[in-house]
Design a protein around this ligand. Structure first.
Ligand code: CP
Length: 331
């Protein structure tokens, strides 16, 4: 296969792409990162339009894709679902037909309700004549996870993650019940490249069973593994990558007060200097951001020498551009 084979392909989950296809997107991201750093123009999508529909807030995703599309020579059109007819219930099928008749790609964030976002995107994709990119749903955050994978590749200088010990841990947050999509997306992706993933979480914070079933199957095919523990210290023990972040309990989405009361029972699930000392000395600290400083992580850790969070955030731009370029026909 070649890069051009990815033109028109939806990117709704990393699980929908082969390891080879994901590898192409990492290669393109690295090329675009180098071109951006050198100030070399790379207008690969001149006059193309991406429609970006947001049913939730965003800083990194919206701005990485909007700036990225400008740098590629096209235009990313922001649609706040709350001020569009989506809020009146316009069907995803109709959105797919109409927006794809106006432009060349559709990107969607719909992450707040378990059971809804991924299905919504797949409905849009079925009727759209343009590719659909998932900007975070209830099941996966595949544009974030590609940036995470690029960051790990840059730090460890290899794409082969065989034997790499990664701990994805639940962490306390008082702000809101965060989607489950990031830990699930990491479980779906990293073991396919060989990583030995440990998920540490309190008992109430199990991830979606059908997603984890898929992740286990993919891990087996890819040579990696997934283990779950109910102890943050045990998860951190000997890890080379730690990725502690909060997520909501599946049964409490939509019941925010109850969700935050449950979170508050686990205030000691914080990534601090003591916990970092349980991981390998050269371990890196990752977080998709935004982080609840002082709750999920101490300033000392997130601003410390082991943290790669700003490299990871920057990589949202380069990987987002690669996905747009590949799916929207730059090659
Ligand atoms: N990491 C991430 O998706 O950030 P935003 O919610 O700001 O887009």
């Amino acid at each position: 296969m070649t890069r051009s084979d990815l033109a028109g392909k939806d990117y709704i989950s990393t699980a929908d792409w082969s390891v080879e296809e994901l590898g192409y997107s990492l290669d393109v991201a690295k090329e675009l990162k180098a071109a951006f750093a050198a100030g070399e123009p790379h207008r690969l999508l001149p006059d193309k339009t991406l429609f970006m529909i947001f049913l939730d807030l965003s800083t990194r995703t919206r701005n990485a894709f909007e700036a990225g599309m400008t740098q590629l020579g096209g235009h990313a059109h922001f649609i706040d679902a709350a001020t569009s007819q989506i809020a009146h219930g316009e069907s995803p099928r109709d959105m797919g037909i109409i927006l794809s008749s106006y432009g060349h790609g559709i990107a969607i964030r719909h992450d707040k309700v378990p059971g809804e976002g991924n299905a919504y995107m797949r409905d849009v994709a079925e009727s759209s004549s343009s590719p659909v990119i998932n900007l975070q749903c209830d099941e996966d955050h595949p544009t974030q996870q590609l940036a995470d994978l690029l960051t790990i590749e840059e730090v460890f200088k290899t794409r082969d993650l065989s034997g790499l010990k990664v701990c994805v841990s639940w962490a306390f947050a008082p702000s809101y019940a965060k989607p489950m999509s990031v830990p699930q997306g990491l479980a779906l992706l990293l073991p396919r490249f060989g990583a030995e993933l440990t998920i540490a979480r309190p008992p109430e914070f199990r991830l979606m069973s059908h997603v984890m079933e898929r992740a286990h199957g993919l891990a087996e095919e890819g040579g990696g593994s997934i283990t779950e523990v109910e102890d943050m210290d045990a998860g951190f023990d000997g890890a080379q990558v730690v990725y502690p972040k909060s997520w909501g309990a599946e049964h409490l989405f939509g019941k925010e007060d109850e969700a935050l009361d449950l979170n508050a029972r686990y205030k000691d699930w914080i990534c601090d200097r003591r916990r970092m000392s349980l991981a390998r000395e050269d371990a890196i600290y990752m977080h998709c951001l935004p982080a609840d400083r002082g709750s999920e992580v101490t300033d000392e850790v997130i601003d410390g020498p082991q943290s790669v969070v700003f490299q990871e955030a920057e990589n949202r731009l380069h990987t987002g551009k690669a996905l747009m370029a590949l799916t929207m026909g730059a090659y």
